[in-house]
Design a protein. Structure first.
Length: 335
């Protein structure tokens, strides 16, 4: 096996270097694990990603992001104790390969997804929704777009595609998982193995996964379902108006749809009513304001669109587990 210096020698015309070698600069081996006790804090768990997480149901939240960076490839595993509504966009110039297990109840852009391999182009946002009563776990591979040979025209119609899983894909998924789990020990006692051998093996496996989108029938996830489109339009309407002025009736009028269509869309996508979503959306404003630590509970209620402090406190406790006044004291002590 050639050492890393030999792998980076200029090509003398005998053989073309793989794309990942051309794209790679100095190798950087890092490993980290970050834990979170709030969904809004976990939004920053994946460096360079643009993300927003929103709690829709109650439960004790615990989350983590484990990540190992091995030069041209980064392996990440993200966990949370409950499902959430998520908007996620990877860094531009990156390719994200995600493994979706058969037992995961996930939806992307309104489409149910399970037992598949997903490929996402950096810079493109995806709407992810899941069963709020179940924990979430996702493992993904991140590489530079220039480091792999992409099938021609793959992202012409959609920035997110999936292909069916297989025994080989499952085996590769377990291999990446083993690399992540063993990284702390391997990087401490045998870093040269990672630099000289493992990176080559990993990039070969990454290219194999990308090649599957040439051979299998791809499912495009770039176009949202009608239910997902209604949710995103509802989000835009919410942002453009004052929270206290938004009701189910005004929402329907703003979206030019009837209440039955709105109710069916939210039931299909989130298994919740539009009213429950509206309450969760308003509570999300209050919870984010609470992180500043200086606003009063009454101000929180008014800023979130609740004219009644008691109602705001009751709803808040149902989703976040404590009264907003208790959370506020905790935040103030942290400053």
């Amino acid at each position: 096996m050639s050492n890393l210096a030999e792998l980076h020698r200029p090509n003398n015309g005998n053989a073309a270097l793989p794309n990942w070698m051309n794209a790679m600069t100095a190798p950087c081996l890092t490993y980290s694990v970050r834990t979170f006790f709030d969904a809004t804090e976990q939004e920053a768990g994946l460096p360079g990603w643009e993300q927003r997480y929103m709690r829709t149901h109650g439960g004790s939240f615990e989350g983590s992001v484990a990540q190992v960076s091995l030069g041209p490839v980064t392996i990440s595993e993200e966990r949370s104790s409950i499902g959430m509504l998520q908007w996620s966009a990877p860094p531009p110039g990156k390719i994200i390969i995600a493994f979706v297990a058969s037992n995961q109840k996930l939806g992307f852009n309104g489409m149910a997804v399970a037992d598949c391999l997903m490929l996402q182009r950096g810079g493109s946002e995806i709407l992810c929704h899941s069963n709020a009563s179940l924990p979430e776990r996702g493992m993904m591979i991140e590489v530079d777009e220039t480091a792999v040979d992409l099938p021609p025209g793959l992202f012409r119609r959609a920035a997110i595609v999936t292909c069916p899983s297989s025994r080989q894909i499952l085996d590769i998924s377990r291999y990446f998982e083993q690399i992540l789990q063993s990284a702390p020990t391997t990087m401490r006692i045998a870093p040269a193995i990672l630099q000289q051998e493992i990176v080559e093996i990993l990039m070969d496996k990454v290219q194999y996964l990308v090649d599957q989108f040439k051979q299998n029938e791809c499912r495009l996830l770039g176009d949202r379902t009608s239910a997902a489109d209604i949710l995103l339009r509802a989000e835009s309407f919410f942002v453009e108006n004052e929270p206290e002025d938004i009701t189910i009736q005004s929402l329907c009028e703003g979206l030019a749809i009837n209440q039955l269509t709105l109710r069916n869309a939210f039931a299909e996508l989130l298994s919740m009513t539009p009213r429950e979503w509206l309450i969760a959306r308003k509570l999300d404003i209050g919870h984010r304001l609470l992180s500043g630590g200086t606003i009063t509970t009454t101000q929180l209620a008014l800023a979130s669109g609740f004219g009644h402090l008691g109602r705001f406190s009751t709803y808040y406790r149902k989703i976040y587990g404590d009264l907003p006044s208790t959370k506020r004291v905790e935040r103030l002590r942290a400053y």
